[in-house]
Ligand binder design. Structure first.
Ligand SMILES: [Zn+2]
Length: 297
């Protein structure tokens, strides 16, 4: 390990160190909700921009992130292959390691495999059960675990330890912004009463196990009202603001040479054209996500 790190430092003339990388996904946080949230801490890293996810739901979207890709800008008049190539080249700047090229990612096309080859410690902590350690998502990580709670980024940060003998890569997925938009410790009983909503919140477990079937079982006249959708949207904004505060506290204890990439994995629909949620939905708002990246301020 020391040999790899020495090699990296030598390429910089001995002084520079590779950056730690903290990659955080706010699950389901749609662009508009993020934009409406007050995010003073995240703004210190970078002001977020709207981008597009490669997928409309959690698993395929995270898979592309673990290939080393991030939400795209949808440029016109270019070849997709050039966009991918340029995207992989960004890792040189992010890691503070010179001359990272697309070739360094093949044949695995795996961000953790690539980072391990650069001497990184790679740890994943995920909140959504669909990303659990038995899935292929965990491939090439040194450590990969399901978070203790569906919606508690603070609890994930409390378990993170930066290794001092090598650069660190932390890949985190958190669910506060995922349906039903609960803050840590909150239950359905804590939410403002809305006719028809409580029963849905109480069925969270069933929903998480099989969202499609769960929603299918709802009768058409039980679909949410515009007021309920508005309440969902407002609650997602509150959850984004909560996550901003949690990241703000985490920044204080991060090593200075830590690079952040923070984004959502897909958007969420709150009644537009009769849609709710994400997944088997083709709609611009489900692909529109927020994205920001930058050094620890
Ligand atoms: Zn998701």
């Amino acid at each position: 390990m020391a040999g790899i790190l020495d090699g990296i430092r030598n390429r910089f003339g001995g002084g520079s160190q590779p950056n730690n990388v903290v990659f955080i996904v706010f699950d389901s946080c749609r662009w508009d909700a993020y934009k409406d949230a007050r995010t003073p801490n995240l703004d210190r890293i970078a002001v977020a921009e709207p981008r597009f996810s490669y997928a409309s739901w959690t698993s395929p979207s995270h898979y592309t992130y673990l290939m080393g890709m991030v939400p795209h800008t949808s440029p016109k008049g270019v070849f997709a292959s050039n966009v991918y190539r340029d995207e992989f080249c960004q890792w040189s700047r992010r890691l503070n390691i010179p001359a990272v090229e697309f070739g360094a990612f093949i044949p695995q096309l795996s961000l953790p495999a690539f980072l391990k080859a650069q001497g990184y410690y790679c740890e994943g902590q995920v909140s959504l059960p669909v990303l659990n350690p038995e899935t292929s998502m965990s491939a090439n990580f040194d450590t990969y675990k399901l978070a203790p709670s569906h919606n508690d980024l603070q609890a994930i940060f409390d378990r993170l330890e930066f290794k001092s003998d090598r650069p660190n890569f932390f890949f985190i997925n958190t669910g506060e912004t995922h349906y039903p938009y609960l803050l840590p410790g909150e239950t359905a009983e804590d939410l403002p009463h809305l006719s028809g909503v409580h029963g849905v919140f109480k069925s969270l477990d069933e929903f998480l196990k099989n969202p499609g079937e769960f929603l299918e079982d709802r009768k058409e006249d039980e679909f949410f009202t515009p007021q309920q959708f508005r309440a969902f949207y407002d609650k997602q904004v509150v959850c984004a603001e909560h996550l901003d505060a949690v990241v703000g506290r985490f920044l204080e204890r991060c090593p200075k040479n830590t690079y952040f990439l923070i984004m959502s994995d897909h958007g969420e629909l709150f009644g537009e054209e009769g849609y709710f949620g994400h997944g088997p939905i083709f709609h611009e708002k489900v692909f529109e996500v927020f994205f920001l990246e930058g050094m620890r301020p």
